[in-house]
Design a protein around this ligand. Structure first.
Ligand code: NAD
Ligand code: TYD
Length: 339
């Protein structure tokens, strides 16, 4: 089996590459990644010399490159992680989100169609369901809910999902989609909540909590997400959407307090800053379908996962210190100085 993993130099894609190489000793993995600001070849250091792994630098919207790669490699399975993924950046500059997340998906699906790929899997997000109210803990996202996007990021991901399903219906393509809740774990770029707060806490810097900090996210340890995708590409039903989440809802303030406690820093570092525009209130996944149909269950609870994640950032300072030494400084200044 040969699997194309796009966006494999990013957070979840890289964890998926590791998971697949380990889990399937007879599979070859090709990673296609254009190495944007958040793609990092250092993340893939440990597999670069693996004869079953190949890295190709390239953009998923580059039709010529993508078609040549499919022609050459004859992939059995495509898993599309490549994306612009940060909501705050999408609010500043939506264009690149539409290009990569929608047109990139189209390009990959056109190539998958042309070369008869056996399974095209689109990695989606729960953000395409909009948000849930804070005072209705009985409500959860199910696969049949209508798509409503709050940010340019989620609009672009919803568009990609619709396109993937349209290709299934129109061209009878073997498509599956997963929609996962917020991930955390090793190698996450320190612009997202958890790694940003760990980094700031370790440096005794302020922890910028948007609005009141009451917003709720449903946190999933990244390896549990990888395991779910592996199950879907092998046993999931073509034309189906699977929600992935492990009932680990936490308010942002809870998450930040947990981090501070674990690294032994005072809560006085918490600083409330201006809210995100269009800020979604609550995400919460109902994972009944993937559990009943594929037997998936998360293995890592939040307390264990956050401990492992903090330990990873403590043990791998060089990985993130290199990141924050470059253009990241300008990003941070722009996003947080006048908030
Ligand atoms: P990430 O931002 O860490 O990584 C994205 C990767 O895609 C990077 O390596 C980047 O270089 C690459 N990339 C970007 N544009 C590209 C292009 N035009 N061509 C080729 N490569 C390109 O993102 P992530 O958090 O790992 O998310 C991966 C996927 O999972 C995304 O599709 C995202 O929407 C989805 N997702 C993420 C979460 C989460 O909590 N992080 C939750 C649910 C779904
Ligand atoms: P984020 O990690 O950007 O993921 P998403 O917006 O895709 O859920 O943000 C998670 C939550 O944390 C979200 O409610 C916004 C909030 N947040 C902060 O309060 N401060 C921050 O500096 C960041 C990056 C996020």
């Amino acid at each position: 089996m040969k699997v194309l993993v796009t966006g494999g130099a990013g957070f979840i894609g890289a964890n998926f590459v590791f998971y697949m190489l380990d889990k399937h000793p007879d599979y070859d993995i090709v990673c296609l990644d254009s190495l944007t600001y958040c793609g990092n070849l250092k993340t893939l250091d440990s597999v670069m010399d693996n004869p079953r792994f190949k890295f190709v630098k390239g953009d998923v919207t580059d039709r010529k490159l993508v078609f040549e790669l499919f022609e050459e490699e004859k992939f059995n399975i495509v898993v599309n992680f490549a994306a612009e993924s940060h909501v705050d950046r999408s609010i500043e500059d939506p264009g690149v989100f539409l290009r990569t997340n929608i047109l990139g998906t189209q390009t990959l699906m056109d190539a998958a169609k042309e070369y008869g790929v056996e399974r095209y899997h689109q990695v989606g997000t729960d953000e395409v369901y909009g948000d849930l109210p804070l005072d209705r803990p009985d409500l959860f996202f199910t696969e049949d809910m209508p798509l409503t996007a709050s940010s340019p990021y989620s609009a672009s991901k919803a568009s990609a999902d619709l396109l993937a399903m349209a290709y299934h219906r129109t061209y009878d393509m073997p498509v599956t989609i997963s929609r996962c809740s917020n991930n955390y774990g090793p190698y996450q770029f320190p612009e997202k909540l958890i790694p940003l707060m760990i980094k700031n806490a370790l440096a005794d810097e302020q922890l910028p909590v948007y609005g009141t900090g009451e917003n709720v996210r449903d946190w999933l340890y990244v390896e549990d997400h990888c395991k779910a995708i592996d199950m879907i590409i092998h046993n999931g039903k073509v034309g189906e959407v699977y929600n992935i989440g492990g009932h680990n809802e936490r308010s942002n303030l809870d998450v930040v307090r947990t981090i501070l406690k674990q690294v032994g820093k005072p809560e006085s570092l918490i600083t409330f800053v201006g809210d995100r525009k269009g800020h979604d209130l609550r995400y919460a996944i109902d994972p009944t379908k993937i559990h009943n149909e594929l037997g998936w269950l998360p293995e890592t609870g939040f307390d264990e996962g956050i401990r492992r994640t903090i330990d990873w950032y403590l043990d791998n300072r060089q990985w993130w210190e290199e990141i924050i030494s470059g253009e990241y400084q300008q990003y941070y200044e722009k996003m947080y100085s006048n908030r």
